[in-house]
Write a protein that binds this ligand. Structure first.
Ligand SMILES: [Zn+2]
Length: 867
């Protein structure tokens, strides 16, 4: 007999009973917000037992009967263990090993919590409020839809039947096998799935409509959405088709499903979910107006669609064994999304724009409260905090660094081998390292373990220590001084792939090396004119040049550097300034050298650093900062101008929008504000008269300068928006006004049902991020915390709290700390610690630099500006 071991892990089910197949029939009643279900789970019983343990949560299990190999039937006594989200079935007699069938009848509620089997509402073209039902099961909410063995390595086949109103459509993972009418209901039977994990099962039911299919081989690809939005589906369908084809070729394995449906769900907590064959999305991540969308909006759809498609193999066909492996799923899909989009639209230079994502990861990973990419996970909820920039963006960055180090072809061969070895099964990080290492004949763990299992990353200091000797040193980068107590432990070090570009005479030479120790001395062939560290910019580290090298690099000319290299130069300089390793004056001087730059990513960092200063200065310093911003932005702004030029690429159009927004808001430039208002009126008369990439900047400037009438206008445009992107733009514009009473109205909308729960937390966060709304936003959070904690999706609540990083005064910082500690609030993992540390960094910077900043600004701008 199998008895559970005392002290057994409460989060893992015993392994002596393994589900092989689920025959699942569900009947949702959308109006009553309830569903009924029956399932038969075919079990492989490996040891004699008297009880069966499986997962269930928020379900009422009405009946459980076990059917034996010889037709014998045993009723199980049902006992729900609510806190552990488990159900225990006790059998009247012991059962022997073999194949058994478990019949279960159950019912549940369609909640509004955006997880499990839930309801989403929308207004149809005739103005009627309609309901649809959808699922979100990752990580562990399949147990809220049907009783199951809800762990990723209990893979099984799913045969799903949905019973729905005849006018409704039903979608699940497999293709529709039959549709019949029974007792006035439509019964839709879906084909068996491949062997897969429970978290990938999906059902969507409602008045949704598909596009006609496109095909990759025999696989039909369709986009589904609520009525009236079909015309926004073509772009998503194009990228879905192109990326599915790309992945079949890259992976060398056919798509594992029998059809591919991509569904836009009006209420959706995450961006999208990679259910095999039935991928669900929030609307902004799938539906977009191909002609009138901005570059950023189109890129977002392309990214998310490609990301989810990449998961069909990496995640769905081969799945992590347990949630500690989540990072590999997500990092890999993020890496593949770049590769696919870059191949599809080379003119978008996706690997160049990826530097923004890498920078975001470097920023969080520079905190003392960062975490390793992979860490042990006991309870599945410990993995909730894994859905962050370290998993996705750092993970993808270090995979890119590895790919560039061993070479793209060998890397791809290793990935193919990994997928073939583990298809229909589960695997761990080390399995991928083994496959990549075999392909490249290189010890992958020796290099990668430091980047994955150790927090942080190195700062590489480079200096010429003799005429032809380059000295490189590595130490962990951190914004705040490291704890002196940690000096007892050996310093962290990494195996750092370093690529140098050495300019001597007028010849460039590339030097590649792996820095494994604390430092290295590189002997150069001759005295260099300049040396660039991190050529190509793929390395996940920062570089600081000693005075000699820095002078040489600047003398050789920034314009000689590739866009990503210029990006790294300014980004690393800004980070070392915030960390107190570079003087603020040096940094601000350096920014003058980028006036000829036309790279939107470089400008994003410049503008971000000015916005950071704007958050921490006193109101009376603001005119001086505004004058400084105008001075820095003006040359590029004048060159790019207001209007699109023939043959101009998408990236310049996007840059124009960012420069205009910077002039109009951070620069508070009256001329830019007046012109923005004129152009906005023109666009209202004729939407094609203004480049779509300019429109977000115009809207944000008009909110910044706007009054109550403008607020009402934008609120109305939010309510009546024609596309998800337009809806989002006008929604967020309501956070960009300066008057407290208007921002207060926006905050109220987050709780009165006027803003969807999927968006409300981000709106609260954006108000805190508005220099003029920080106190108001923070008071609102404190006042309504209990309600937000109850009603907002967990993931959203966590992101909302990210807004506290903008509360950059010592008094607010103290209040924030006191609030979170007195309430004992846990945002999961190290999330809260990270937010508080980011706030500390900003407040500390303010304490150290506020007075010197004022002197610098006054000295470098004519009289501090008057506007
Ligand atoms: Zn993903």
């Amino acid at each position: 007999m199998n008895q559970e071991t005392p002290g057994a892990d409460p989060y893992r089910l015993p392994r002596h009973i393994v589900p092989v197949r689920y025959d699942l029939r569900l009947e949702p009643d959308l109006t009553a917000a309830a569903f009924q279900g029956h399932e038969t789970v075919t079990l492989s019983v490996l040891e004699p037992t008297t009880s069966i343990l499986l997962n269930a949560a928020d379900l009422i299990i009405e009946r459980a009967q076990l059917e034996g190999p010889h037709g014998q039937r045993l009723d199980g006594a049902i006992e729900l263990e609510e806190p552990l989200e488990r159900c225990r079935l006790t059998l009247p007699i012991g059962i022997t090993p073999g194949s058994w069938r478990l019949h279960l009848s159950f019912r549940g509620t369609l909640t509004d919590k955006l997880r499990g089997f839930y309801r989403s509402t929308y207004t149809d073209p005739s103005g009627k409020v309609k309901i649809l039902a959808a699922t979100q099961f990752e990580a562990t909410d399949a147990r809220r839809g049907f009783p199951c063995w809800d762990e990723p390595d209990f893979k099984a086949t799913f045969s799903v039947t949905l019973v729905v109103e005849p006018s409704m459509a039903a979608v699940s993972n497999g293709r529709v096998e039959s549709e019949t009418l029974e007792e006035g209901k439509k019964v839709v039977r879906f084909a068996d799935t491949i062997v897969m994990s429970t978290y990938l099962v999906a059902f969507v039911v409602g008045h949704i409509e598909p596009t006609p299919p496109t095909f990759v081989g025999k696989t039909p690809i369709r986009i589904w959405c609520v009525p009236g939005k079909q015309e926004l589906a073509s772009f998503g369908q194009d990228v879905a088709t192109a990326s599915l084809k790309f992945f079949e070729e890259y992976y060398g394995i056919p798509y594992p499903g029998d059809k591919l449906d991509l569904l836009a769900i009006p209420d959706f907590a995450a961006g999208a979910m990679e259910n095999l064959g039935a991928i669900t999305f929030r609307e902004t991540a799938l539906l977009v107006d191909q002609r009138n969308g901005t570059h950023g909006e189109l890129e977002r759809v392309a990214d998310v669609v490609a990301h989810e498609n990449a998961h069909m193999w990496f995640g769905d066909l081969v799945t992590m064994s347990w949630w500690n492996g989540l990072w590999l799923n997500e990092a890999f899909a993020t890496f593949m999304e770049m590769l696919a989009v870059d191949t599809w639209k080379p003119q978008w230079k996706r690997w160049e724009t990826f530097c923004i994502s890498r920078a975001a990861a470097l920023s969080v990973d520079g905190l003392l409260s960062t975490r390793p990419v992979e860490y042990p996970v006991r309870a599945p909820k410990d993995a909730d905090a894994m859905f962050d920039v370290l998993t996705y963006e750092k993970g993808a960055s270090v995979l890119r660094m590895l790919e560039q180090h061993i070479g793209p072809d060998l890397f791809r061969n290793g990935v193919r081998d990994y997928l073939r070895r583990h298809a229909y099964g589960n695997a761990d990080t080390n399995d991928l390292w083994v496959a990549l290492g075999d392909a490249a004949n290189f010890s992958v763990p020796a290099m990668m373990n430091g980047w994955i299992f150790q927090p942080g990353y190195p700062l590489i200091t480079a200096e010429l220590t003799a005429e032809t000797t380059l000295t490189l040193k590595q130490e962990r980068f951190a914004y705040l001084p490291t704890d002196s107590r940690s000096s007892a432990t050996p310093p962290s070090s990494w195996h750092v792939p370093i690529q140098l570009r050495v300019l001597s005479q007028d010849k460039n030479e590339t030097v590649r090396m792996l820095l494994t120790g604390q430092d290295a001395h590189v002997t150069l062939a001759s005295a260099p004119k300049s040396v660039l560290v991190n050529e190509g910019g793929h390395g996940f580290y920062r570089v600081r040049y000693g005075p000699v090298l820095r002078a040489k690099l600047l003398a050789a000319g920034i314009a000689r550097l590739a866009a990503t290299e210029r990006f790294n130069l300014i980004n690393d300089s800004w980070a070392t300034t915030v960390a107190g390793l570079t003087s603020l004056a040096d940094y601000l001087d350096l920014t003058a050298g980028f006036s000829d730059d036309r790279d939107k990513n470089v400008w994003a960092i410049l503008i971000d650093s000015f916005a950071f200063l704007n958050r921490l200065i006193e109101p009376n310093q603001r005119p001086a900062l505004q004058a400084f911003v105008r001075q820095r932005v003006q040359p590029a702004f004048s060159a790019v101008g207001w209007t699109t030029k023939p043959g101009e690429d998408d990236l310049i159009r996007q840059l124009r929008g960012e420069l205009v927004a910077a002039m109009g808001r951070l620069g508070n430039d009256p001329a830019a504000q007046t012109r923005a208002a004129e152009l906005y009126e023109t666009a209202k008369q004729d939407p094609t008269a203004v480049d779509p990439n300019l429109l977000p900047a115009l809207v944000s400037i008009l909110a910044f300068t706007g009054d109550a009438a403008r607020y009402d206008e934008f609120a109305e445009r939010f309510r009546t928006a024609k596309t998800p992107q337009e809806e989002r733009r006008y929604l967020f514009s309501l956070t960009a006004f300066r008057q407290s009473e208007l921002l207060g109205k926006t905050l109220e909308r987050t709780l009165n049902g006027q803003i969807r729960l999927q968006d409300a937390p981000a709106i609260v966060s954006a108000v805190m991020g508005n220099v003029y709304g920080k106190e108001l936003g923070w008071e609102f959070v404190k006042t309504h915390w209990d309600r937000m904690d109850r009603e907002f999706p967990k993931q959203g609540l966590r992101r909302m709290c990210g807004g506290i990083t903008a509360l950059a005064t010592p008094a607010l910082e103290a209040d924030v700390s006191a609030f979170f500690s007195s309430r004992k609030i846990d945002l999961g993992g190290k999330t809260l610690e990270q937010y508080l540390e980011q706030l500390r960094i900003t407040v500390r910077f303010r304490e150290q630099h506020a007075s010197r900043l004022q002197e610098y600004l006054v000295a470098h701008t004519a009289g501090g500006g008057s506007s």
